[in-house]
Design a protein around this ligand. Structure first.
Ligand code: ADE
Length: 225
């Protein structure tokens, strides 16, 4: 998979996209991430990328011309399966959308900043608009990192143990059950006996019960009851 990300502040994403599982996926050539600085496509001597919104109101809006020049220059080198704009007014990201996107080959992500981007860019180029939650971030960069991370861990071969993405929360529509590791007793608290019983079926049943109980308590909206 190739992910190109356009941003006014690409530096914000350098560290989150250079460690741990993402770094290993890059080293295994399972993913290529290309951060593109919008300022390089800015207008005039000051490389202007934003301006005041028509109709008034606070904040600045990213202008259409630098974004279009940037996108068109990327189009000369690549085609994209989806052009995704990260925005709080987009479709709410969930595991189902992540699963669908994880099988794409080429994605272009656009990070807004300030009050967002000129609507005409959304109309002309964007094929999918995604929000990572019902709250407003200062820009789309952290949202782009969240989306990138959630996609990369789903690419076959990225996680050492293929099962671990499958047992993530949400993969089966439920929250994940509690997990424990050594020691068996810590602070007077014991690991649930079933987990050290060696009885695979009982362990699977216990995990499912725990998942259902946790989901019912914390996210009843996920259960069709
Ligand atoms: N940009 C600002 N807030 C955002 C959010 N919640 N999701 C995606 N992009 C954003």
């Amino acid at each position: 998979m190739r992910i190109d990300i356009i941003s006014v502040l690409p530096e914000i994403m350098e560290s989150p996209l250079s460690h741990s599982i993402i770094q290993r996926a890059k080293q295994k050539n399972l993913v290529e991430i290309n951060l593109v600085g919008l300022r390089d496509f800015g207008i005039g001597n000051y490389k202007q990328v934003d301006d005041y919104p028509y109709g008034g109101g606070g904040g600045m809006v990213l202008r259409a011309e630098p974004l279009a020049t940037c996108i068109e220059s990327l189009y000369t080198q690549h085609t994209y399966d989806d052009v995704i704009y990260l925005t709080p007014d987009g479709y709410l990201l969930n595991q189902k959308i992540a699963n669908q996107l994880s099988i794409k080959q080429n994605l272009l992500l656009i990070c807004g900043h300030y009050k967002g981007i000129d609507q005409r860019i959304r109309d002309k180029y964007v094929t999918l608009e995604i929000s990572i939650g019902d709250y407003v971030l200062s820009g789309g960069e952290l949202a782009a990192c969240v989306l990138t991370d959630t996609l990369i861990r789903l690419i076959p071969g990225v996680l050492g143990d293929e099962m671990s993405a499958l047992s993530d929360s949400f993969q089966d529509g439920l929250l994940a059950p509690p997990v424990y590791t050594r020691p068996e007793v810590w602070d007077g608290r014991s690991v649930p006996e079933v987990l050290i019983s060696g009885h695979d079926q009982k362990i699977a049943e216990w995990r499912l019960d725990q998942s259902i109980a946790r989901t019912r308590k914390r996210r009843p909206d996920l259960l069709n009851e």
